[in-house]
Design a protein. Sequence first.
Length: 550
Amino acid sequence: MPQLPSREMVEGPARAPARAMLKAAGYDREALEKPLIAVVHSWSTVTPCNMHLRGLAEHARAGIAEAGGTPFEFNTIVVTDGIAMGTRGMRASLISREVIADSAELALRGHSMDGVVFIVGCDKTIPAAAMAAARLDLPSVILYGGSILPGRVGGKAITIQDVFEAVGAHGAGTIDDAALEAVEAAACPGAGACGGQFTANTMALAMSFLGLSPIGLNDVPAPDPAKPAAARAAGALAVKAVREGLNARRFITPTSLRNAAVAGTATAGSTNLILHLLAIAREAGVEGFELDLFDAISRETPVIADLKPGGRFMAPDMSAAGGTALLGRRLMEAGLIQDAPTIGGGTLFEAFAGAAETPGQEVIRTAADPVKARGGFGICHGNLAPEGCVVKLAGHGALRFVGPARVFDGEEAAFAAVQAGKITAGDVVVIRYEGPVGGPGMREMLQVTAAIQGRELGDSVALVTDGRFSGATYGFMVGHVAPEAARGGPLARLRDGDRVLIDVEARRIETDADLAARPLPDWQPSAEATGAFAKYAKLVGSAAQGAVTL
């Protein structure tokens, strides 16, 4: 077994004070002689995504103890996108990714832990766990708390996506108060993260392809009776990883990052995958993993999973169809991914070779018979985005859009215009000053995009922003525009009526307006940019590089 970091904390006469305090917490000499394994989770009563994680932590601790380790437990925060969306609180979401990674790093280094099980739920907790694992380079296992099950209205399966779109339909007058309340009451039936291939499920899939999550454990839905056993297995694997010296950076490589990007593309997953994988790569010191790689991957990778928001099915359906292993087998057979090690033991290809497919399933198709021939992302550059931007292609087939700009300084103004019926077919809705610095915090624009869908304008309106999109967003949507308006990016000089061209095949986003001849508006930071928000705005980098604070 490799030299353990915990020995510095618990061995020798000088460490008697530390041992005295640990003994007061219930750890005797025998416990302190074993590998010390942390369980870090983001349990909270505020959200269904994370409200069950404390129970899973108990099972992970049991798995650690049974495998010969000594478990310790730490809690960190969560900011829940589905609750904060459309409010000022949403500015805290991406910032929380950094805070979660920082707090995990500090707790684990501060207490000389030998390994860690991260139990994660809502969106930012998942990449934050991988970022902390990359920084610490400890043996690390990431376990996703699992997807929520679908709600039902009138026999139709629904998710939180349907609630946001119902708000748009309500604003358009196509449904009444009672219909909106019925969708609201039914959409979230219990524990688990949002059920479509939104950010949480996209990132949980990415963790498996990165090799940091054992194949199959993240597939198990939150309320499934098998979930506690998955947590127990994760705990045992962490002890095994410590004994074998399987540190996190062994798994986070150019190959595994590319595999994770391919998997997200093949499922038409969240554009947040791009932001988060770039951040994880930088934390791990991986060179050459850059924004433009996602465009090449998307052109080569067909969408083979028919999942919401653009498709028909949800994460529990994919799990029942054959799950991550079946998706991986399809990608392996098509030559779209490369073999790599996984924390569960062996390699990805060994795990995928044993995939079982449920007869008659329609969720996961083949590369020869895809849902869409082209993947779910596009990366464009031009005089509106010199550093690049991300186009979300899920849910529509268009690759080109031209229209007049409708420019809004912030999400609230754009949402009000949509709800008031002031956006019409052919418009390019531009929402600026919502980037990492401008927000600060790079809010997601789901409230606006869902309202556009609710008004049945999804196929006839484009949206461009230096903010982000929820995984539940679909339509012709362009985000992560860099440099952002708050840093003097071109969106700051755009005006109502300027012609905007978005051409995904040509990889261009541009206007023929003479932006250079216009002065920069006198933008001032939000009055709310104080405390952690001000610190983040001062330290954060470009979205084109993951919006990290290093």
